[in-house]
Ligand binder design. Structure first.
Ligand SMILES: [Zn+2]
Length: 178
């Protein structure tokens, strides 16, 4: 199983370009009619799989039965695992509905008017490494990829380390209210 699975990764990694503005990994190989990327699995079984689902499996692990792999970034050709999250179809609809209120991937946090989190929240999330992701998602009403993004330093990239946090917060309260 491992021997069959491993050669997929280098082939997969050759089939997208990184959009430096959005950090989306944009699929450059074939596409399905509905706009999602298509990855030829190869081997005797052949056939195509949805590229974003393959990316999720390669980087994050198996997709539980019946679950969708959804895009935080709304970019169907994106295969960046940090922009993907597991959801039910109900989650996907809810996500699309509230998207406007969400922190968007690739924006630096509080300077984004649609951000729901304060810098203080984001720092608390970043530093709560022993708190389960599901708990943080409920506590702050945010998506999994936002938690991942903060932890990976991709969102709220300008956050200071804890030692100079109070200084930062004092400064930012005057800078943010523009
Ligand atoms: Zn993306």
């Amino acid at each position: 199983m491992v021997a069959k699975f491993q050669p997929l990764l280098p082939r997969f990694l050759a089939k997208f370009k990184i959009n430096t503005e959005t950090e989306c990994w944009e699929w450059t190989a074939g596409r399905y009619r509905d706009g999602y990327g298509a990855f030829g699995v190869g081997g005797r079984a052949g056939g195509n799989k949805r590229a974003h689902r393959v990316s999720y499996e390669l980087h994050c692990g198996p997709i539980p039965n019946g679950m969708l792999v959804c895009h935080q970034c709304d970019n169907r050709i994106c295969v960046n695992p940090e922009h993907l999250f597991l959801g039910t179809s109900a989650d996907n609809l809810a996500d699309m509905t509230i998207k406007g209120r969400r922190a968007r991937v690739g924006h630096p946090g509080v300077s984004n008017p649609s951000s729901k989190l304060t810098a203080e929240d984001a720092m608390a999330i970043r530093d709560a490494v022993d708190v389960p992701i599901g708990t943080l998602m409920k506590r702050y009403d945010i998506g999994r990829s936002v938690v991942f993004g903060i932890r990976a330093g991709r969102l709220w990239t300008h956050l200071p380390r804890p030692e100079d946090a109070s200084d930062f917060l004092n400064r930012s309260s005057t800078e943010v209210g523009n």
